[in-house]
Design a protein around this ligand. Sequence first.
Ligand code: MG
Length: 369
Amino acid sequence: MSACGVLLCAGASRRMGFDKLNTPIAGKTAIERSMDALVAGGCDSLVFVVGGNSEGTVARLSVPVPFTVVSGGEQRTDSVRNGLSAASGDIAVIHDAARCFVRPATVKASIEAAERYGSGVAALPVTDTVIRLGDGTVETLDRSTLFRMQTPQTFRLEKIRAAYEAGGSATDDATLYARMFGAPHLVLGSEDNRKLTTAEDWAWALQRLAPPPTHGIGFDTHRLVEGRKLFLGGVEIPFEKGLLGHSDADVLLHAIMDAILGALKLGDIGKLFPDTDPQYAGISSRVLLRKVNELVQKRDMVMSHVDATVICERPKLAPYREEIAQTIAADLGISPDAVSVKATTTEGMNDEGKGLCISAQAIVSVRHR
Ligand code: MG
């Protein structure tokens, strides 16, 4: 049997406050995502029901199946009626474009149910307790008889057309169908088949499509010498020696900066702040860290976690760990809870153990906002 997707793209986005159907999310509009799911789920033709900006959006789509475009009406019922009049084939798959994360498997299941039973409507059982508040009374409804209706709502085309031609109005197609043909067959929808209605839904969609975090690793060593102040993690630590370097030689911040640059694939701090450049002579590494953090922000990304280990025999760093974590967090504009600073000795072995140098390792995670 042939199935025609009737894609409702005429919504005015009143509750969202902006054009949810025509604003790309991670490069694709809700209309395009819904179209892809309908085709992947088995629709072999499409009717786009458009209004407002969606006419232009649909005109720019590359549609992989035969399709027509019709105008929406005042109410959803009018839009569906217009769409059904332009539909062809055996089965109509009516879908709200705002449910753009519908699974192709749900579309397919609804088509198969319509072939078999005349209808296949995506719905979810209600898991919360639902009550009806009266005037001082509470009625607890029987959850087992309650469903949250989604789309696709799929029917034999001639039946759903007849149901719409009989007139009346409803917020979904199953209600009109039921008036003429009785209860529709339900298929299981999914939580991610969520209708993008509020700003909260939009934020959920952005998060769902956000790329996974990236990670970077950093390592640095500086020689311990007399006559220099010791800075670790931006904190001056009383000690008889300090680290030798062009800047303040804060080995911990250097490892963290290299880790950040690694996560962004921007090379290393030697490339960014060459030690031949006089403007960086004696500079506080905190200034450099803030510059590196600006690169993170410029990419609309945020540091989600920093973990670092300082390798040194002396001085003991335990009393400074909290202050170091807080200083780093402040420079990165993140919570101190997202910064972990650890210290270890090498039990007298290696150059760190002999007090010749201090080293640091860091790993960071960076994610899109
Ligand atoms: Mg260094």
